[in-house]
Design a protein around this ligand. Structure first.
Ligand code: ADP
Ligand code: NI
Length: 221
């Protein structure tokens, strides 16, 4: 099996595996992350492009938020696939990155100087900002039945007088919890440059959003 066959087999595995995911995490997210990762790596020359491509393709397949299996089962599926696909040589390296790539990852086992992690993490984070990031955030908010915005809360969670959590996050609050922070979390210079433009778009979007939201007050006239 040559590298080209291994990439094609991996694509097939990922498409099959991600069918139950929300549409912000679908095949097209994978395709965008692959393109971003390959571009960043080309500019920065940090890792073997083949390993970058395989890791980008697989980076969300074991996500316990979306697989019916628990996290470990997701990883054993991945493990089996990589053995089958004759990718044993790079298996440990790829799985370590996948475990550490998520912004919300609780399993921080990896080496912070892992160049492959830098590239994949940057690509995944870039796809959460800019116009695509806005679209994905509102898509995810809809999937979770969250409000688009709640001007009565600044914080993510709403509590009752006796301190019970009674509300859920709005998608606009997710901008402050995560999206607006991502440009400061980029590892590579190439990603920092790409993030600057995408971050600016988030700011423009929010400005316009609040302007329209406050229209009835007459402030904009
Ligand atoms: P990670 O890649 O760190 O696992 P998530 O799976 O949490 O990230 O996020 C994937 C996508 O869903 C991103 O585009 C993110 O902005 C969006 N998202 C996650 N949580 C929320 C939320 N509470 N509201 C709106 N969008 C969200
Ligand atoms: Ni992802």
């Amino acid at each position: 099996m040559n590298r080209n066959d291994q990439v094609l087999m991996t694509e097939r595995f990922v498409r099959q595996n991600m069918k139950g995911y929300d549409s912000g995490h679908d095949w097209w997210h994978i395709e965008r992350v692959r393109n971003l990762a390959l571009f960043i790596n080309k500019m920065e020359e940090l890792a073997d492009p083949f390993i970058v491509e395989i890791t980008a393709l697989l980076h969300d397949t074991a996500d316990s938020k979306f697989t019916k299996e628990n996290g470990d089962q997701g990883y054993s599926l991945l493990d089996n696939f990589m053995e089958e696909c004759k990718l044993s040589r790079i298996k440990d390296q790829v799985i370590t990155v996948i475990k550490n790539v998520s912004f919300s990852s609780k399993i921080k086992t990896g080496d912070p100087d892992d160049h492959l992690l830098w590239v994949i993490q940057d690509a995944d984070r870039l796809d959460a900002i800019g116009a695509i990031g806005v679209a994905r955030a509102f898509n995810y908010g809809g999937f979770r039945n969250n409000k688009i915005y709640n001007p009565e809360i600044i914080d993510n969670d709403v509590f009752s007088e006796d301190d019970q959590k009674i509300g859920t996050a709005s998608t606009i609050s997710h901008f402050y919890d995560k999206l607006l922070l991502l440009k400061y979390r980029m590892n590579t210079l190439t990603a920092k440059k790409l993030a600057a433009e995408r971050h600016e778009f988030l700011e423009i979007f929010l400005k316009q959003f609040y302007q329209e939201w406050n229209f009835s007050t007459g402030k904009n006239l």
